[in-house]
Design a protein around this ligand. Structure first.
Ligand code: PT1
Length: 288
């Protein structure tokens, strides 16, 4: 085969994640691993670290290419968690998963100190719902060698659902993400280390979320691969009347619709179901 000349085609991106690479030619699943008191008995102690590690190993076995480890909930209304507490929760889990699985470990944080410690512990991706807006976050992310996911959010988790307002949600989210990518690139983050995410549920009402998903191709058309998180979110509760794990079918449907519109990575709680759904989706889309 003739070696490919020039840059890798946007149609077949490879994401560079510290020492590892992730092929985004087929859609990939990022498994959700919350290490917070509301997710495992009481976050941070030895028992909950062990439970989190076991769950992460299970997600990898179900086919998650990435495991997103988070020590601070960013769901609507959630309060911030101190840096020291985030470190105490996520670092041991990242170290253990790094040793126990071949999945790429992602760290869900906006704190530069957590980014640096996570990278030292073996993380390959920094998933920042605040798109590196915290002072020092850009430098921490750039120096880490990790890939970075830049997400759109209006407001802050504690209050973001109070009264989200847009003139044109799709254009505003698309332009915000383009500006953050240009800014990160100018600071020295490589193009093949960036992802963008429209941030479903982050300062968006049902109509905003549906408009964004309907028009997602407007965002996936750009040069930066798109990650989406829709799993078990309240829009599914609003549409189906279901709560928590009962939202699996709605979540899988939205994952398929997002990938059909060009999303490359889907963040999901229900990894086995999402992996199967995306395999069949990719078989159809890949032949188009
Ligand atoms: C996401 C995401 C995330 N979501 C990325 N990281 C959460 N990159 C955490 C609700 O409406 O979409 N992308 N990290 C979880 N956040 C939410 C937000 C959970 C809204 C629930 C809701 O129910």
């Amino acid at each position: 085969m003739r070696p490919r000349a020039g840059p890798i085609s946007a149609a077949h991106p490879i994401l560079r994640c510290a020492g590892k690479s992730l092929d985004l030619g087929a859609p990939q699943v990022m498994g959700v691993l919350n290490v917070t008191p509301d997710s495992f008995s009481d976050g941070g102690d030895h028992a909950s670290a062990a439970a989190a590690i076991a769950h992460g190993v299970r997600l990898a076995g179900e086919g998650a290419a990435l495991i997103d480890v988070g020590g601070e909930s960013t769901r609507p209304g959630a309060p911030p968690v101190a840096v020291e507490e985030q470190l105490r929760r996520v670092v041991p889990v990242i170290e253990a998963l790094r040793a126990a699985t071949s999945a790429i470990i992602s760290v869900d944080t906006s704190e530069p100190a957590v980014m640096r410690a996570a990278a030292r512990a073996g993380a390959g991706l920094i998933n920042d719902v605040r798109a590196l807006r915290a002072p020092g976050a850009l430098e921490a992310a750039r120096d880490s060698g990790c890939a970075v996911c830049l997400m759109h959010m209006q407001g802050e988790p504690r209050t973001m659902q109070d009264a989200p307002t847009y003139t044109d949600v799709l254009a505003e989210v698309r332009d915000f993400l383009a500006r953050r990518v240009a800014w990160a690139r100018a600071a020295g983050v490589a193009a093949d280390q960036l992802l963008v995410d429209p941030g479903f549920g982050f300062g968006k009402n049902l109509a905003h979320n549906l408009t964004l998903l309907r028009g997602l191709a407007e965002i996936t058309r750009g040069d930066t691969p798109v990650l989406v998180g829709l799993s078990r979110k309240s829009l599914i509760g609003t549409l189906t009347g279901r709560s928590g794990a009962e939202r699996i079918h709605g979540s899988v449907a939205l994952a398929v619709l997002a990938v059909a519109r060009g999303a490359r990575i889907v963040r999901a709680h229900d990894v086995a179901a999402t992996v199967d759904a995306l395999k069949v989706t990719a078989a159809v889309i890949g032949g188009e």
